[in-house]
Design a protein around this ligand. Structure first.
Ligand code: SF4
Ligand code: SF4
Length: 94
């Protein structure tokens, strides 16, 4: 589903730069390339690319990342993908 994105400006992803230790784990676990390293600190490079999967926050050793898991948002992306392929969907999302 490459290229499909969340709605703009609604993700709950938040980064506490002061708490970041620059390990880079978030840049490896994010499936959408949202996170990058800027020197020794993480940076949110593509906030609207975040699908709120929670992988970065779960794996961050310093608690610098927070995100509310967005099941509805994942459903939106899946529905968009199915509609683009003319596959009928009746699931509800956010
Ligand atoms: S996983 Fe956490 S501590 Fe490591 S670079 Fe990312 S935000 Fe910083
Ligand atoms: S919640 Fe998921 S998609 Fe969003 S920045 Fe973290 S790992 Fe990437």
């Amino acid at each position: 589903m490459e290229g499909f994105r969340h709605f703009s400006g609604v993700t709950t992803l938040a980064l506490d730069s002061a708490a970041c230790i620059g390990c880079g784990i978030c840049t490896h676990v994010c499936p959408h390339g949202v996170m990058t390293l800027n020197g020794k600190k993480a940076k949110i490079a593509d906030k609207d690319g975040c699908m709120e999967c929670g992988a970065c926050a779960r794996n961050c050793p310093s608690g610098a990342l927070a995100v509310t898991p967005g099941v509805g948002c994942a459903a939106y992306i899946i529905q968009t993908w199915l509609k683009a392929k003319n596959i009928p969907v009746d699931a509800k999302c956010c």
